[in-house]
Design a protein around this ligand. Structure first.
Ligand SMILES: [Zn+2]
Length: 1004
């Protein structure tokens, strides 16, 4: 149509006719988007106008052939000169006018017609005289560059076609385009349906095209420094899909989820067959601009190329983090949460619906289920239409009943996975150490079953049944770092105790009047002085096991305590033989003062009595680390036992302060061997035994001075001898103690001076006492080996009963009627009030691939726990026919039987853990175990464990026959190392033990 040269020149009409026809065309033509206009040299056109106006065929103004020579830079490239101006350098004529002129006059030899399109640019329609001129090349050969022009309204796909044509690339190749500007920044031309104008592509830029490698990677994203990648590419031809995923730092949750999805046949084939390219939705505001879908496609293509032992999903991880800030970091996450995010992200990125209409959700209002369900599904599909909906979405029915007006509200809602609850055990197994009153008995480790919502008293009761010790004579404590982290009250909730806590239960002597619970710590003095604290005392460090014991309230002498402690520690503290009598060098009298009556925790008498409220509990631990809620509760309501001992203490204090010291401190309890003798109040004062160690207590001396005469007796080396006043002098040169006794705070540190730890209010009346050992003495008399011994009660040998439930039970629980919780009420449209309605869920229709999430992580108002219950789930023939509300009316309905295809596993507890997966390869139907970069064969009997967390089931009618024979995994060596398929050569060359033998099992 645009033949050039003279050959097509026709005899033109008369000049007046020419003038009228062309002028009317110029006058009447409007710019219409997409129309062609032609550029004509301005001078030639003016010449023609003059010619037709003269009306003389033989005029000298005859313009001759159309000649645009002046518009070109040169006549080789026919490149337009820059900045040509309309009506100065050229005129634009509509196509019809051009064709007439061209036919009448022809064109100077070889020149192409300068056809230009009208483009609809933002806010203006114009003839695009200067199209965008870009360079085109292939990523594989950037040296060969061609020039091409495109309109700003052309889409990127036109450029892709041009490159394919220019470089003989098959047009159905999977390609990616990049635009590179002169500053060498490179940007992906992601959406091929976008216009040149919208992508920002402009003249002078280069468009580079790459095609996907055979191994599923892209040339441009292949890491440059990748050892052995070429080698791996050449050598490895494994079963497609059997590929590990490299852990990028706590990304096992992601790898586990990806392996499950990768082994979902319908989804993987959709990506492998490039169906996703046609459906990428770049404009969906709910989507990720196609980026998640593309990154996912890249991972799947690499995994199914059969060329990788392990794929590095770095780009995918970055994209996921980009769009879901909760997955941004590398901290451990939940594979089910990621699955949920990913299914949603993929769905929106691939949603075939570009403009979502809004439909109001209609209540059933008594209409039949079938009708309401179909309406709900139809509406869902009108807004959501993607491979994800096709594969994973089902419909459940939700029925709410108002408790007041009995209004019944029925809705049908789509789901893409079922979160089914696990039956929660009401019991809890605890492991505790029981410390008998018998000083020679080793601690016994018991396993006891207690109510999950029980109290500490329930623990004592359970232990009482095993030990025969009355529960009232037990006190429960959390031991941490050789000290009491917390001493529990009987009515405290067992929730305060975590499984990992070291719980010791101490037997106490039978209740007596005037006893107090004393906490005993063991400390070793360091050889150096603790100058740093500005004190003259030696530094000390806690060791061994702390003890809790009842001691007489009121006053008990230091000497009496010494004997009591020696006896209590008899199993691993050896008293010195007479032959190695340790002579005390010092002649000075020992200062003796009460450790817990008037000087509790190193606090002065006055302050102590004023500050200490009567109800203050031994459990209001002053430790800064104490679990505050529990401790506070404990302080408010002391357990009866502790309360009794506390009140006896307070009572005793009162007695003391009212001036009956002699009666206030009776002998130490009888079962402690009466170490105090019959000396009555053992508290005494005198000289100072070790002034350097207890300077803060010297102020007591004067007050207690009146009891000096009893002091010698109290501290006599052997109680019987204490009766003789004559012995008193001998006692001055007395046996040196193995340890010294020191009042401490609950942390086991000595209060230095006063007020260092703040006001007295922060101290409880719980006496804490430390016995301080000289390192040499400890070495000689403290048997560390014996101290650490304990025995296991028979209850520890009984294997822990694993709770097992059937998957069907969990699904039935999912459909059980429940009453809404107060935090989540339902707004009843009839009552016009929020009501705690009853809610029932029923399954209506199920998808091709059913994802079942086992809710192992239980978070309630009170507890957070992971349930280790074994859920027994079938590998084949999971049958929903009894559970589906929608009754199969015709044989056209899909069946309701499912086979397992993948499992995401979680090992470990709430905070930590590891994710892996089992999955069945769609091509050879072999089960594999995927553990990050490592893949091993799996057998069906390995799959059901208490780690199973998310299950993938495939509806039987959609299961196709495997295309390959199942590899005979069992014929291989049974050792794990040689069963290891992919662990050896990771793209990142991770060192995996036993890697060298890994490739022996390649199957193809
Ligand atoms: Zn109501």
């Amino acid at each position: 149509m645009t033949a050039d040269g003279r050959g097509s020149v026709a005899e033109p009409p008369g000049l007046e006719t020419q003038r009228r026809e062309i002028e009317s065309l110029l006058r009447e033509s409007e710019l219409r988007s997409g129309d062609s206009w032609y550029v004509v040299d301005h001078r030639w056109f003016e010449q023609w106008k003059e010619f037709v106006e003269t009306g003389d065929q033989n005029s000298s103004s005859y313009p001759g052939q159309i000649d645009n020579t002046e518009l070109y830079e040169d006549l080789d490239s026919y490149h337009l000169k820059e900045r040509l101006a309309e009506n100065e350098d050229f005129v634009l004529v509509p196509a019809e006018a051009w064709h007439k002129l061209h036919v009448w006059y022809g064109m100077v030899g070889g020149q192409p017609p300068l056809e230009r399109k009208v483009v609809d640019l933002p806010s203006t329609l114009k003839v695009e005289v200067y199209p965008v001129e870009v360079f085109l090349c292939l990523h594989s050969n950037m040296e060969t560059v061609i020039t091409a022009q495109f309109s700003r309204t052309d889409n990127i796909h036109a450029i892709q076609r041009a490159i394919c044509q220019a470089f003989s690339v098959p047009p159905d190749s999977e390609c990616r385009l990049w635009m590179k500007s002169s500053d060498s920044s490179c940007e992906r031309l992601r959406n091929v349906h976008m216009s040149v104008l919208d992508t920002g592509l402009s003249s002078g830029m280069t468009v580079i095209m790459e095609t996907r490698n055979a191994d599923g990677t892209w040339p441009s994203s292949r890491p440059q420094i990748m050892k052995n990648s070429v080698e791996e590419q050449d050598s490895y031809r494994g079963q497609p899909g059997v590929s590990g995923l490299t852990n990028l730092g706590n990304t096992c949750f992601m790898n586990s989820a990806l392996q499950c999805l990768s082994n979902t046949p319908a989804l993987t084939e959709y990506f492998l067959q490039n169906s996703y390219l046609e459906e990428l939705n770049f404009t969906n505001p709910l989507g990720m601009k196609g980026e998640i879908a593309e990154a996912y496609a890249d991972v799947i293509k690499q995994m199914w190329s059969g060329r990788h032992y392990s794929v590095v999903p770095r780009v995918f991880k970055t994209k996921v983090g980009h769009f879901a800030s909760q997955f941004l970091g590398y901290q451990q996450h939940d594979s089910q949460e990621l699955l949920s995010f990913l299914l949603d992200g993929l769905h929106e990125d691939l949603n075939r619906v570009k403009n979502k209409e809004y439909f109001e959700l209609r209540d059933a209002d008594g209409r039949p289920d079938q009708e309401v369900a179909e309406e709900a599904w139809r509406n869902h599909r009108r807004r959501n239409d993607s491979v994800i909906v096709d594969t994973f979405h089902g419909l459940f029915k939700s029925t709410l009943v108002c408790p007041e007006c009995k209004k019944v509200s029925v809705t049908f809602d789509p789901f893409c996975y079922l979160s089914v609850p696990l039956p929660v055990s009401k019991e809890r197994v605890m492991e505790v150490f029981f410390v008998s009153l018998d000083p020679y008995a080793k601690p016994v480790q018991h396993r006891v079953v207690v109510p999950k919502v029980g109290r500490v008293s329930d623990l004592c009761a359970a232990l009482s049944e095993m030990t025969g010790t009355p529960a009232t004579q037990m006190v429960v404590a959390d031991v941490f770092n050789h000290r009491f982290y917390k001493i529990y009250n009987a009515d405290e909730s067992l929730n305060c105790i975590l499984d990992r806590d070291d719980i010791f239960v101490y037997e106490l002597s039978a209740p007596q009047e005037d006893q107090v619970l004393l906490a005993l710590y063991l400390r070793e003095q360091s050889h150096y002085r603790d100058y740093g604290a500005g004190s003259s005392s030696y530094g000390t460090s806690l060791f061994g096991h702390p003890l809790l014991l009842k001691v007489p309230h009121g006053s008990c002498s230091r000497e009496a305590l010494y004997e009591l402690f020696l006896q209590r520690l008899a199993r691993y503290v050896r008293p010195p033989d007479p032959s190695e009598e340790l002579e005390e060098e010092e002649e000075e009298d020992e200062e003796e003062e009460e450790l817990y009556r008037s000087q509790t925790n190193g606090i002065s008498d006055d302050e102590q009595q004023e500050a200490e409220p009567a109800g203050s509990s031994c459990c209001s631990n002053a430790s800064p680390n104490s679990q505050s809620e529990g401790a506070a509760a404990a302080a408010a309501e002391p357990q009866p036992d502790a309360d009794r001992s506390m009140s006896s203490l307070d009572h005793g204090d009162t007695e003391t302060s009212t001036g009956s010291p002699d009666q206030a401190g009776p002998a130490c309890s009888s079962n402690d061997g009466d170490p105090c003798g019959d000396t009555g109040a053992g508290a005494a004062a005198g000289g100072s035994e070790a002034p350097a160690e207890q300077p803060q207590q010297s102020s007591e001396t004067a007050e207690e001075g009146n009891e000096e005469d009893k002091q010698g007796e109290a501290r006599s080396p052997s109680p019987p001898a204490s009766e003789h006043p004559a012995k008193r002098r001998a006692c001055r040169k007395r046996r040196r103690s193995l340890f010294t006794i020191q009042a401490v705070n609950s942390n086991g540190t000595t209060e230095r001076g006063m007020g260092e730890r703040g006001s007295a209010v922060s101290f409880s009346s719980q006496p804490y006492v430390a016995i301080d050992w000289d390192p040499d003495m400890k070495k000689r008399f403290y048997n560390e080996n014996e101290a650490e011994k304990y025995v296991k009660h028979a209850s520890m040998e009984v294997p822990q009963q694993q709770m097992t439930v059937q998957l069907q039970e969990c699904i039935e629980l999912f459909t059980t009627v429940e009453t809404l919780e107060e935090e989540n009420p339902w707004y009843c449209p009839v009552c016009k009030l929020h009501q705690l309605a009853t809610k029932k869920l029923d399954l209506w229709s199920l998808p091709e691939v059913l994802i079942i999430h086992l809710k192992r992580f239980s978070y309630t108002k009170f507890t957070r726990e992971k349930l280790d219950t074994i859920v027994d789930f079938p590998l084949r023939d999971l049958d929903f026919s009894g559970l589906l509300l929608k009754k199969s009316v015709s044989s056209a309905e899909p069946p309701s039987r499912y086979d397992l295809i993948a499992v995401s596993n979680h090992y470990g507890g709430l905070r930590d853990g590891h994710y892996t997966s089992y999955a069945r390869n769609k091509d050879n139907s072999q089960w594999y175990y995927f553990d990050d970069s490592k893949v091993t064969y799996a057998t069906e009997d390995q799959i059901v464990t208490n780690a199973a967390y998310v299950l993938f089931y495939h509806r039987q009618d959609k299961i196709r026959k495997p295309t390959l024979p199942t590899p005979n995994a069992n014929s291989a060596s049974s050792t794990q190392a040689s069963n290891d398929i992919t662990s050896c050569r990771d793209e990142d060359e991770e060192v995996v033990p036993g890697a060298s033998s890994a490739s022996t099992m390649e199957t193809d």
